[in-house]
Design a protein around this ligand. Structure first.
Ligand code: TYM
Length: 333
């Protein structure tokens, strides 16, 4: 039986951070053994923020090296760069004809971006979910492993796939579903500034490639409060965020220890932060070392990108041919 298909991508707008890793990449690594996986670098999506050519190239190379360093295996998964598969842009053009201004304007990510960059509210931002849908459905994905922040974009992809199928009375596209390990809710890794989400543009991220000194500095600066005043009181967001990070990188014993101290109002945030920083460092150090190693290997990176592009195009060309037939494009020559 055919393995279910998985598609996901990351924008090359900087270094991968813990949010990207635990929200997405960790699932990629788990899924590559049992699914037919397409993991890509969303370089076209990253153009919405107008990177310089130099920054774009450096970002693509960085994410590619980071994918590999994290353990995505090009022998198991197809790893490719979005712009190496022009069929995606063609499908994007077709899907745009059935995507409506009202629904695109209403997406939270569009509203957020329009607020963040009021001088650059471009059409690419508006149709961002359409390109994302094209990325996903061009490989007929069954599952999309993404963090909680992408939930709405994925919902739009489902909507566009359904709409196309309905409009042309076809079943050419499976309806993609979110994937979360263990089947629970989609993950959201919090920031260190008391805010809900760790993110590149939020400036509150710890990168996988970050050196220990810098990790310690960032964690020690994390926002806290003056401490609990009542036994077993509910943790405010900034404190809960530190515990959430600890849940991910520390042992259950360590978490239980600090939880108990918190509940007894005996916690010293400095100790908790020191422990958290060391546990993040222990987690990321082997990854950082591999990133630095792979990043310099031009020949290997080029080979992975070339093989990935060929495999991804093969799949994309097949779907696009079906789509064109369904739409009614007919060759006159
Ligand atoms: P991007 O580049 O913003 O983020 C890449 C992945 O990391 C996840 N992520 C997080 N997960 C949990 N907690 C966080 N704090 C956190 N920050 C980031 C994101 O959910 C995402 O999975 N639009 C996408 C890229 C994309 C894509 C696609 C994804 C383009 N086409 C098709 C899947 C399928 C994006 O900007 O992700």
């Amino acid at each position: 039986m055919n393995k279910p298909t998985v598609v996901s991508g990351i924008r090359p707008t900087g270094f991968l951070h813990l949010g990207n890793y635990f929200g997405a990449v960790q699932n990629f690594i788990k899924m590559q053994n049992d699914f037919s996986c397409y993991f890509f670098i969303a370089d076209i999506h990253s153009l919405t923020t107008h990177p310089t050519p130099g920054n774009l190239q450096a970002g693509v190379r960085q994410v590619l090296a980071e994918y590999l360093a994290c353990g995505i295996d090009p022998e198991k998964a197809t790893i490719f760069i979005q712009s190496d598969v022009p069929e995606v842009s063609e499908l994007y053009a077709f899907l745009n004809m059935n995507a409506y201004l009202g629904e695109l304007e209403r997406t939270t990510s569009f509203k957020d971006k329009a607020r963040q960059q009021p001088d650059n509210v471009n059409a690419g931002l508006l149709t961002y979910p359409v390109l994302m849908a094209a990325d996903i459905i061009i490989h007929k994905a069954d599952f999309v492993p993404v963090g909680k922040d992408q939930e709405q974009n994925l919902e739009m992809a489902r909507k566009f796939a359904k709409r196309f199928n309905r409009m042309y009375k076809t079943e050419v596209f499976p309806i993609p579903r979110p994937f979360t390990a263990g089947g629970g809710d989609m993950i959201k890794i919090p920031g260190l500034d008391g805010s809900g989400k760790m993110g590149k543009s939020e400036g509150n991220a710890i990168n996988l490639v970050e050196d220990p000194k810098s990790i310690r500095k960032k964690v020690m600066r994390a926002v806290t409060d003056s401490g609990p005043t009542e036994m077993n009181q509910k943790k405010p967001e900034a404190i809960q965020n530190l515990f959430t990070l600890m849940d991910i990188v520390s042992t259950p014993d360590t978490v239980a220890h600090f939880d108990e101290l918190y509940n007894k109002c005996e916690i010293r945030y400095g100790d908790l932060k020191k422990q958290l920083a060391e546990d993040i460092i222990a987690y990321t150090t082997p990854i950082r070392e591999r990133i630095l190693e792979i990043h310099g290997d031009d020949a290997y990176l080029a080979k992975v990108a070339k093989t990935g592009a060929e495999k991804a195009r093969e799949s994309a060309i097949k779907t696009l041919q079906e789509v064109k037939e369904v739409i009614g494009f007919k060759k006159l020559f």
